[in-house]
Design a protein around this ligand. Structure first.
Ligand SMILES: Cc1ncc(COP(=O)(O)O)c(C=O)c1O
Length: 388
């Protein structure tokens, strides 16, 4: 459909097409034409919510109207998440400081609107989850991109922060990270949270991949333990395998409870009631969810063993999440063209790095291994045939 009048054009705020999404459209067209494609571009679990979640929601729907909850969510869920901070991290987080949101995406939006005014500057280490940049810029906040190094597993250091020109008002960090799966050690998170607190920089710690970690080499730690000023973002989309339920949470300092809850109320009233009831049940399904993590670990090991001999030998070892971010410049100058070629010739779709890093993303591809183990095995087999 074409725009017929300059008075009725779309705003430019949200106009950021995802390259991986465009490629997925091409892959679906190939599939309709009879090709078999292995989708490794998408970052979501292939399994659904834990058994019993739907049953718990159905049961609750018979007993309650499932109307609006408070803007910050159901008190039972806030309490259960608070207890989980104690169980997993030995961290005391008062239930009222936990605001239930529509996914981590909702938490990120609320954090940006709630903490920064138009024109303030939020720093993002490259590579980053692309949603941060689009959210920051769409909301009129300046996004200050800075580089990280392979030597530091593409995670930020205090030295990187100090090299940024001009003052910054905020910083977003994810550990385990997307697209790398690399992690910051607990002492590094502490160092960064304390540094930010000292300098009046709002530290936003995205902990969405917590629970999906593979070894004791780098333990997961929450910024809640280190700074009362930190904002922690989390979600039911990844470890809990409930991506489509659209539920997450954030932990905020006590003086932000009211302003952020008001924002949530004014923007979307409240998080979805059925998802909150499902989430309450899901938190107690760790044995089932940990079996998914075992599968991701097997998938990761298949890639770590299989890819280097095919030329995919430059990456940061993922200690968490379900991604492998490979440097492929020695295989092709342009990772988008490389991904198209890999899709057409090997029937394997990965995400080109440009979505995650405008500076060097054209030299990287991200493989997601959240799917079935047989698919990951088959992908390595196809890549071996393709690379000959
Ligand atoms: C690092 C990171 N943060 C946030 C999100 C958004 O997740 P949600 O589905 O909870 O909105 C994603 C999604 O892939 C992500 O990878």
């Amino acid at each position: 459909m074409s725009v017929r009048s300059p008075n009725f054009k779309p705003s430019l705020r949200g106009a950021h097409p995802s390259i991986a999404e465009e490629l997925a459209g091409k892959a679906r067209a190939l599939e309709e034409a009879g090709r078999d494609i292995i989708y490794m571009q998408v970052g979501q679990p292939s399994t659904g919510a834990p058994a019993g979640v739907v049953e718990a929601v159905t049961r609750a729907s018979e007993q309650s109207p499932m109307g609006y909850s408070g803007a910050a969510g159901l008190p039972e869920l806030q309490q259960r998440i608070s207890r989980q901070y104690l169980e997993l991290y030995n961290a005391e987080v008062e239930p009222e400081r936990i605001i239930i949101t529509f996914g981590a995406s909702g938490a990120i939006l609320l954090a940006i609107i709630g903490c920064f005014d138009v024109g303030q500057r939020v720093a993002l280490p490259q590579p980053f989850y692309y949603g941060y940049r689009h959210a920051i810029e769409t909301l009129g906040v300046e996004c200050v991109l800075f580089e990280t190094s392979m030597e530091n597993d593409l995670q930020p250091t205090i030295a990187d922060l100090e090299a940024i020109e001009g003052p910054i008002d905020g910083l977003i960090v994810a550990s385990p990270g997307n697209p790398t799966g690399s992690m910051l050690a607990p002492e590094k998170i502490r160092e960064m949270a304390e540094y930010c607190e000292r300098l009046g920089i709002r530290f936003i710690s995205d902990e969405i991949y917590h629970g999906i970690t593979y070894d004791d080499q780098v333990k997961q730690a929450t910024a809640c333990s280190y700074s009362p000023e930190a904002i922690v973002v989390n979600s039911f989309s990844k470890y809990y395998a409930m991506a489509g339920w659209r539920l997450g949470w954030m932990v905020v300092p006590d003086y932000l409870i009211a302003p952020i809850s008001d924002l949530a109320h004014n923007l979307y009233l409240c998080p979805p009631a059925p998802a909150q009831i499902g989430a309450l049940h899901a938190i107690d399904c760790r044995p089932e969810l940990d079996r998914h993590v075992e599968r991701y670990r097997d998938n990761r090991d298949i890639l770590l063993n299989g890819l280097p001999r095919l030329g995919f030998d430059r990456f940061t070892t993922p200690h968490g999440a379900f991604y492998l971010y490979c440097h492929v410049q020695h295989l092709h100058e342009d990772s988008l063209e490389f991904c198209v070629d890999m899709m057409n010739k090997a029937g394997v779709l990965a995400a080109p790095g440009s979505d995650f890093c405008p500076m060097s993303g054209q030299h990287y591809v991200r493989f997601s291994y959240a799917g079935a183990t047989e698919k990951v095995q088959e992908a390595v087999h196809r890549l071996a045939q393709w690379r000959g």
